[in-house]
Design a protein around this ligand. Structure first.
Ligand SMILES: [Fe+2]
Length: 348
């Protein structure tokens, strides 16, 4: 039991602490430390893209003298961190995979608009934010992959056609929680409207797809006979083929007779409070140029965003194809609708 004296003392301590908190809150703008002086020789990145990036950054440093410091994390965790750090963030650049993530960062006010003739010339309009707060740097194609021992390419055509009962028990797909699935469904909403898109997704669900939250494991499952047809990003096959040229899975470019195959991006934007803004813009411009594009795209077997730059031989070997040129911003705009639709349709 607390004695009366101790209770009084405790109460006054709590009161004093509350008063101190109140004063700190009132004068917070005055007692915050000033933003750290920009370091001329540095650019700080928060990046969810992490495999094979060091050699790319090293080359940028070699060419410009600007050192690259980077922090990795998930797309959403890094956004949360930039938001929490506010105007004291050390991050100059946010690098993310999937246009939906870049769109969310811009929507939350975490990125600033950049006027750069180099970026607008090198990156096609549909691969960047209409307000130039983020820019696609590489393209990833989410398409149909199949086991040639069990499926003839003549039987494949579109994402929509995978709703046909002939694929019952034969599909391997990514869960609804992943942004790759959400962006694909956002593209269906854009082209068909919600009702038709839902019908298609219900068709997939009725075929009882095996859901696996890793594209690499999706393709390995296909190879091992755990399914016949999958939807996955092309570069996972590129990676598996590089490690084992005999890997049995083949790529099929979806929707070639209508809008083209579904494309997404990895990309970047300059943060709203970037301490090294000039270096950040220089970094993005370099990544959008021939050398940066080649290195960045090739480390992950992706297609460069800059149409002047040639893709890696392994993925060039997949053949030419038509891409859906929907604006990447639509994936962000329709993301919430896509998540709700997936839920309604019973896609988990
Ligand atoms: Fe990926």
């Amino acid at each position: 039991m607390l004695g009366i004296k101790r209770l009084k003392k405790l109460t006054s301590t709590v009161l004093m602490a509350s008063l101190a908190m109140l004063v700190m809150t009132m004068f917070a703008p005055l007692i915050e430390r000033a933003p750290e002086a920009a370091d001329k020789g540095v650019v700080n990145l928060y990046t969810s893209r992490h495999y094979g990036v060091e050699p790319v950054f090293a080359e940028f440093t070699k060419e410009t003298g600007i050192r690259v410091r980077f922090t990795t994390g998930s797309d959403s965790a890094l956004r949360e961190r930039i938001r929490a750090e506010g105007r004291h963030t050390p991050a100059d650049v946010y690098i993310a995979v999937d246009a939906g993530n870049l769109w969310l960062a811009a929507q939350d006010g975490l990125l600033q608009s950049v006027k750069s003739p180099v970026l607008t010339k090198n990156i096609p309009a549909h691969l960047r934010d209409p307000e130039n707060r983020w820019f696609g740097l590489t393209q990833r194609v989410r398409t149909i992959l199949y086991h040639p021992g069990r499926v003839s390419p003549a039987d494949l055509s579109t994402y929509e056609a995978l709703a046909d009962p002939r694929w019952s028990g034969r599909l391997v797909m990514r869960p609804a929680t992943h942004s790759y699935t959400q962006s694909l469904v956002a593209s269906l909403i854009k082209v068909h409207g919600e009702a038709k898109a839902e019908e298609i997704v219900r068709g997939w669900v009725a075929n009882k797809p095996t859901l696996i939250d890793s594209d690499t494991r999706i393709l390995e499952t296909l190879a091992a006979g755990g399914g016949d047809v999958a939807i996955a990003n092309h570069y996972y096959l590129g990676r598996l083929l590089e490690a084992n040229p005999a890997f049995p899975i083949r790529v099929f470019w979806a929707n070639q007779k209508d809008r083209g195959v579904h494309v997404n991006i990895s990309g970047a934007g300059v943060t709203a409070h970037a301490p090294n803004r000039e270096n950040a813009i220089r970094f993005l411009e370099w990544l959008a140029g021939p050398r940066g594009q080649k290195l960045l795209a090739d480390t992950n077997h992706e297609f460069p965003a800059n149409p002047e730059v040639k893709p890696h031989p392994i993925i060039a070997g997949f053949g030419t194809f038509i891409r859906d040129n929907i604006s990447m911003a639509e994936y962000g705009r329709l993301q919430a609708a896509a998540i709700k639709l997936l839920d309604r349709a019973g896609y988990r």
